[in-house]
Structures are given as C-alpha cells and as structure tokens.
Design a protein around this ligand. Sequence first.
Ligand SMILES: Cc1cc2nc3c(=O)[nH]c(=O)nc-3n(C[C@H](O)[C@H](O)[C@H](O)COP(=O)(O)O)c2cc1C
Length: 361
Amino acid sequence: MAETPNLIRPVCLGAVALAGNLVLAPMHEHTHLVLRRLARRCGAALAHTEMVTPEDLLAGPSEEELRKHPPPGHDPASGEMPAGTLSYKARNILASMAGDRPLAVQLLPREPGSLAQAVTLLASRGAADLVDLNFACPSERVVKCGRGGAMLRRPATALRLVEAAVGASRLPVTLKMRIGFTDTASARARALDIAREAAAVGIAGLTLHARTVGQGYSGKAAWPEIARWAEALAPLPLFGSGDLRSPEAVVAMLRETRAAGASIARGALGSPWIFRQVIELATTGRYEPVTLRERRNTILEEFDGLAQQYGETVAVRFMRLFGKYYAHGLPKASAIRAAFQEARTAAALRETVERWFGEGQ
Ligand SMILES: Cc1cc2nc3c(=O)[nH]c(=O)nc-3n(C[C@H](O)[C@H](O)[C@H](O)COP(=O)(O)O)c2cc1C
C-alpha cells in the first residue's frame, strides 16, 4: 500500500484541538473508562462515553440505588447527601481520571430544557471537553420515545436541541447522525439539511454513521455518503463511521472520503491496538500484528479496570461479553468465546485468559 502520511492529522473541534483524527466512538455499555484508557494509549485522539439521556444525568440516585450503591457522602440515617449527587448510572458514565481527555460525553436528548440543564451540569463539573448529541441511535425503544434516530424525522425539534446545547455553555457541541431515516432521496436530503442548519447554529463537528436508521447495523455502510457530506459541510470537520473493523478499512475510508477523521466502534472492541495499527499503516504502509502476550495483558487490564470501577462480580459479567471480542482472528475463536461465556468467577475468568492467551499457546 502506498504511503499516505497526511491521512493522520490533527483536527480542531471548536476550541478543542485533537492531536490526531482517530476517535473511539460512543458505544452503549462498552465505552467504559478502561476501554477509553486502552484506546488512548494506542493512539485514539478523542474518546466518547456511551450515550446517556439528559434526564438520567440529572435524576440523582433512586431510593433503591441509595441502598445498593450508596454514593460518597450519603448518610443512611438522615438520607442526606451532597447537593448534585448523581445516580449510580451517571456516576459510572462520567467516571474519569487523569489522562482520560479530551472526553466527549454523548447525550441522547428529547427536549431542549433538560438538554440545556444537562450541558450546564457537564460544564460546571468540568466533566466533559465536548458534548455530542445522538441523532443516530436506531434502537426501536429509543426511536419510539422520540430520541436518537427519531430526530432525523423531526428537523425542527432537532434544530431546537442543537440551539439549546450550543447556547447552554462554552463546551463545543458535536452531532452524531445517520445518512437518513429511511433509504429515500427525501429522507437523505432532510438529514443533510439538518446537518447544514446545525452547522449554521454553530456545532463544532459531526460524525456520520453511513447507514440509515432503518438499516440498524446491517448492510454495508455507504462511504460515498461520507464523502458527499464532508464536501457539502466543509469546513465543518466530519468523522466517518461504519464498517471500520480493520486498519485497512479505516485507511481506505479516510482515503476514499477525505473525511477529517474516523470514528472507530466495533473495530476497537477486543482490539484497542487498532488505533496504533491504523497510524502505522497510514504512515508506513504496513503494521505489526498484535502478539498473544499483548492480547493477554490487555484482557487482564480491561478486567482489572472494570473490577476497580464496578466490583469484581459485575466485572466478570462484563468480561463474559468483552473477553469474546479478543478471540477475533484467532484459530480457536469459537472455543475461546465459549470459554468466556462459561466463566462465572474472577478465578475462572483469569484461568480462561491464561489457558487461551498465556505462555505456551
Ligand atoms: C455495542 C454498540 C453500542 C453502540 N452505542 C452507541 C451509542 O451509545 N451512541 C452512538 O452514537 N452510537 C453507538 N453505536 C454506534 C457506533 O458508534 C458506530 O457508529 C457503529 O457501530 C458503526 O461503526 P462500525 O460499523 O465500525 O462498528 C454503538 C455500536 C455498537 C456496536
């Protein structure tokens, strides 16, 4: 492959200067602090939290949560707790640490009032460098309650949301969109119109998942739409998303579309080194395959990070899912997936890791 060094370059999203243009995409129940940390170490220039509704961010802990997951400073006798205490869910989504920057918190709004309050909360806590609005989620539950991809059918509401977010603080606001609600010329034109108007309101960037809402995650991502939107919205930085499952795919998308950057989702699950490999491939024409040792160490690091944040029991539950991703591309992948699925304890999980990824494999 020919050298194409300028595919990897810095990007500015409003006042936030990214050192590069490879981004860890938002992924529900996946983009935990530890995955963000791993992705950044491998070269992700920006990472997103998973989506959260403004209402969930603002709600505070429920009675049940106070019993199960008492927040710091909560006095069980009086029920008192510090003003602004977040729910368990919100605390985990916003959990961060030194080095976990720049961080984009993704909101899944429905109406401008709560959105503006949530953006104000993020700004006043210093919890985000960017606010990303999700106008893309295809989940039936989400769309039915008028959020996510539903916005592509409601341009007026979508624009009111953008105005509310942009006006609420100095945090730059970005959008996550799809190419249309359905695959018709008018649905596609409406989606691009929303993006154009949002750019006029002052968004700092946009990520385009090159599928329609109706497609969900099936079918092929339409990269030519990324090229079309990037040109139509220039100079707004546009990040391409969809089918970026290998270093070759990311480099091909960047080359074919001239997008400002790439938003990597499933390609980073069980392979945070994809960021490093994309940079190597784009700058030298080749990349080093990952070693089994790095896979082993990374799985254990992901498990330990999750255990630190959520406790060991919950971490095991997460790793039964996440561990499977690390089998990708290995000859015994299906046996490895089954072994992770069966692990019920931290000891069993560690044993699975050593058995399949340890010395002697
Ligand atoms: C498990 C999972 C969860 C996701 N959650 C979100 C989310 O919270 N917000 C969002 O904007 N996109 C979400 N996405 C979509 C991804 O960010 C990305 O746009 C999509 O997966 C296409 O990229 P890919 O084909 O390279 O995976 C999710 C995708 C997956 C696979």
